[in-house]
Design a protein around this ligand. Structure first.
Ligand SMILES: C[S@@+](CC[C@H](N)C(=O)[O-])C[C@H]1O[C@@H](n2cnc3c(N)ncnc32)[C@H](O)[C@@H]1O
Length: 253
């Protein structure tokens, strides 16, 4: 289950890649803009401000996130991104920090390109930090004898969950698009004693949280905390730098 409030912790840091992404979309007056995996809708609202004359469409597979988006006045729908098909007037598709949860999203991207009208933009950002200590340590703990049987079915994203900028550039160019692809590593200043743990609780640890009863979840967190603290030491001024690589592309059909 996604927790909109937890996800909105660090909202500024989470929002920055979204703005970096949409800054590269060249659409001037799109007819319809779709935000797939819109989350709590706080960023979707800004798509509406950028293109006020467009029909704004947004969806997410999480009913909790959709409820949060609706509370912002958005006409959000509960929908798995894999089941989405573009309306014929869809000129912009944005999917920010979502496709890492969708195995084989490359086929999905190819299908969108085949269904979208000429000139449409597909703008995607995915985290590219699956081999970072935060994720590697979580996988290592989940695979340890104490946890392996409890967490065997949990989907922890492996480091092949997403492609490289070059991989996406080739994929989208092979599908016939003009492509702008890049990556950025944000050196994020977090604060607080369990800063990295708190950050990943809202995202990467979500499947672990869902798989464990409260008491075991607290024990998993307690075992992970010192490992993360060692990998991400706090500076004397209280800041913990949390490097976060992200992969982007904007493709025009
Ligand atoms: C990290 S959040 C990003 C939310 C929003 N796009 C943003 O940038 O703030 C990931 C979102 O993807 C949604 N999600 C995950 N898998 C999905 C799927 N298969 N279909 C639709 N949404 C999905 C989650 O419910 C969650 O709201």
């Amino acid at each position: 289950m996604w927790d909109p409030e937890k996800y909105l912790d660090y909202a500024d840091l989470r929002a920055r890649p979204f703005y970096d992404l949409i800054a590269r979309i060249g659409a001037v007056a799109p007819r319809r803009v779709a935000d797939l995996g819109c989350g709590p809708g706080n960023l979707t609202v800004d798509l509406g401000k950028r293109w006020p004359s467009a029909t704004l469409e947004c969806s997410d597979s999480s009913p909790e996130m959709v409820a949060a988006a609706r509370s912002r006045g958005l006409d959000a729908a509960v929908l798995d991104v894999r089941d989405w098909t573009p309306a014929p007037d869809t000129d912009v598709v944005v999917s920010n920090a979502v496709l890492q949860w969708v195995p084989d999203h490359e086929s999905l991207l190819r299908r969108w390109v085949s269904e979208l009208p000429p000139g449409a933009f597909v703008a995607v950002q995915v985290p590219g930090n699956f081999d970072a200590p935060s994720h590697a340590l979580t996988r290592e703990l989940a695979a340890s004898p104490a946890w392996a049987s409890r967490l065997a079915d949990v989907m922890l994203r492996e480091d092949d969950a997403v492609s490289s900028p070059l991989g996406y550039a080739n994929l989208m160019a092979d599908a016939g698009c003009r492509v702008d692809a890049w990556e950025t590593t944000y050196v994020q200043p977090l604060r607080g004693p369990l800063a990295v743990l708190e950050w990943i609780t809202g995202t990467a640890l979500r499947p672990v949280r869902a798989a464990l009863p409260d008491e075991e979840w607290e024990r998993f967190r307690a075992e992970l905390a010192p490992r993360l603290a060692e990998a991400y030491p706090a500076r004397p001024d209280g800041t913990t730098w949390f490097e976060f690589r992200r992969v982007f592309f904007v493709a025009q059909v």
